[in-house]
Write a protein that binds this ligand. Sequence first.
Ligand code: GMT
Length: 375
Amino acid sequence: MRIGIVCYPTFGGSGVVATELGKALAQKGHEVHFITYSQPIRLDFFNENIFYHEVSISSYPLFQYPPYESALAGRMVDVVKHANLDLLHVHYAIPHATSAYLAKQILKSEGLNIPVVTTLHGTDISIVGRDPALSPVVTFSINESDGVTAVSRDLKIDTESAFKVNKDIEVIYNFVDLTRFYKQEKEHFKRFICPNNEKLLVHASNFRQVKRIDDIIKAFAEIRKQIPCKLLMVGDGEERQKMELLSRDLGLSDDIRFIGKLEAIEEVLSVADLFFMPSEKESFGLAALEAMACEVPVISSNTGGLAELNIHGETGFLSNVGDIDDMVKNALFILKEENLPIFKKNALERAKQFDVNVIVQQYEAYYHKVIDGLK
Ligand code: GMT
C-alpha cells in the first residue's frame, strides 16, 4: 500500500505513535509518506520506503494566523496525486481530520476518491476538542472520515458521549517496539544516579498541567521519608519550572533530577524501579507502556484508558486522580524487596500484549476494510 501519514512531528504521544506506525509499515514493505510541518522526531534515518513532505506556510504580512489547515490540505492533495496514495491516515483530529476533509473534497472534484482514516489520540477529544469553537468542526470532521480509530475503549466511549458521532469507532491500542524498549544492562548509570542503591522512580511526559506533576513530587516527598529513593523527571514543558521550584521548596532538590527531553528514554527506564503517571486525563498512556516494556511497574491514576493498560495489583496500581496518599501506599508496597520482582515481571508480560507487530497488523487490516468499504 502507499500510505500518507499526517501528524504532529513533536515529542507528543500522537506524533510518536504515528511515526512508529509509519516506520513499522515501511518495514513491512509499504510505501509511507509523512506529511508534516517538520521532520518527525523519531524519523532521523534513511529508509527506501519512507518519504517526507514538508508543509510550508506563507508568512504574508496580512496573516496574523498563518493558514496552516489550508496549507496542509493543499500539501495532502499534492502528495496524494503525485505519490499515487491509496489512503491518508491522520493522527489527532485537530486540525488534521479537517484538513483531510478539505483535501478529500478537492480530490473528489478532480475525480479521485482518497480514503481517510482519522486516529483520535486523547486531548483532541478530552480537552481541545471540547472548546465550543472547535467542537462542531471536530464532530463534522470525524463523521466525514472514512474510518475512525481510538487508542482505547475509554476514548471511544468518551468520543461517543461528547460528540454526535455517527461513525463506528475502531479501538486500536498504542503499541511498543520490544526490540528497542527492553531492560538493558545500564547498571553503571544506576550507580551514578543512585550511589547508595536507592530505589529509582521515574516520570516522563511533556510536562503539561494534565499530567499533574505536582502529585508526583508530593508523593515522592512521602515515599522518601520511608525508603531511600531518587526521582528522575524526563521531558520538558510549561510546568517544568514551577515543578523545579516546588521540589526546591519541599527541600527535595538533591533527590529529584529534571533531565529535560531525552531521546534514549529506554536507557533510563532500564534502571527504574517505578514509573509515575497520575494524569488528570490519559487516553492510553504510551509512556507507561514503554516503561512496562522495560520491566517497570506503574503507579497511575485510574482515569481514561489507563485501566486498559495497567492492571491493578499486578503490573502496578491505579488510584483516584489526586489521591496522593493511596499512591504513596501503593508505591511503598511495590518497592518492597519481595514484591518488586513480581511486579516487574508482570509489567513486561502485559507490555508484550501491545507488541508493535500485533498492533500494526490491526491497522493494516483496518486500512483494507476502509478501502474495500469505499469500492
Ligand atoms: O499527552 C501526551 O503525552 C501527548 C498526547 C498527544 O496527543 O500527543 O498523547 C495522547 O496520545 C498518546 C498516543 O496515543 C496517548 O498514549 C496519551 O495517553 C494521550 N495523552 C492524553 O490523553 C493526555
